[in-house]
Design a protein around this ligand. Structure first.
Ligand SMILES: O=C(CO)COP(=O)(O)O
Length: 251
């Protein structure tokens, strides 16, 4: 059975004290509560160790939002996958559209990051998704397929089965314009079919595919009720417990 996951992506929000408070409030809200999904929070690098120390990481997985494409050495300002793992983080968000667009992350760079994450036992949450012009030109399936095949299909079956995917249509991120439940389901089913063709039905069935893009308390239930939508990658609505908890409880 594939995992259901609700993951927050704080992006570049919250100073250290605010982030710690948010993580501890979430930890308290989940205490003694039975939820039907795995909960993850993706914090800025500088929060990782403090957050991982302050909460029950069996209940809430901690994710970095990026890692370096090099293992170690003279790369001023970079943070390696090994460093991320040493904080107690278990996940790393890779290939987010903001990193692709603003920091020019290419297929070659993303492939290295995925390999380093896996070598360090981090679960990559690998993001894919088309921009508006691509959807309007009816190229969204091709674009998403090529993002998956180019960066991930050199992985062995064993390695690929450790990946979590997040479909985030770029036009839905931070815009308040969510994909409809039908659009999400259609793409997620297409992604699963693409995985089945390469790695077989079993791997495809066991891969968690999250939806991201203006997912919130009012649309999460409908999105998550689709058979191929295994949870969400949540930006804005993960920045407060009052907004994030109802999404977790939408499962
Ligand atoms: O980019 C996202 C998560 O990675 C989605 O962001 P929003 O939920 O703010 O649209």
């Amino acid at each position: 059975m594939r995992k259901k996951i609700v993951a927050g992506n704080w992006k570049m929000n919250k100073n250290l004290q605010e982030g710690l408070t948010l993580a501890q409030e979430l930890d308290a809200a989940l205490k003694g509560k039975q939820v039907n999904c795995e909960v993850v929070i993706g914090t800025p690098f500088i929060h990782l160790a403090s957050v991982a120390n302050a909460i029950d990481t069996e209940k809430i997985g901690v994710a970095a939002q990026n890692c370096a494409d090099k293992a170690s050495g003279a790369y001023t300002g970079e943070v390696s996958a090994e460093m991320v793992a040493s904080t107690g983080a278990k996940y790393v968000i890779l290939g987010h559209s903001e990193r692709r667009a603003y920091y020019h992350e290419t297929v070659g760079i993303l492939k290295e990051k995925v390999l380093l994450a896996l070598e360090n036992n981090l679960t990559p949450i690998f993001c894919i998704g088309e921009v508006l012009e691509e959807r309007e030109a009816n190229r969204h399936f091709d674009v998403v397929k090529s993002q998956i095949t180019s960066s991930l299909f050199d992985l062995s079956k064993e390695d690929f089965s450790k990946i979590v995917l997040a479909y985030e249509p770029v036009w839905a991120i931070g815009t308040g314009k969510t994909a409809t439940a039908a659009q999400a389901q259609e793409m997620h089913a297409f992604i699963r079919k693409t995985l089945a063709e390469k790695y077989g039905e079993e791997v495809a069935e066991n891969t968690s595919i999250l939806y991201g893009g203006s997912c919130n308390a009012s649309n999460a239930k409908e999105l998550f009720s689709n058979p191929d939508v295994d949870g969400g990658l949540i930006g804005g609505a993960s920045l407060g417990v009052d907004k994030f908890m109802p999404i977790i409880e939408a499962f």
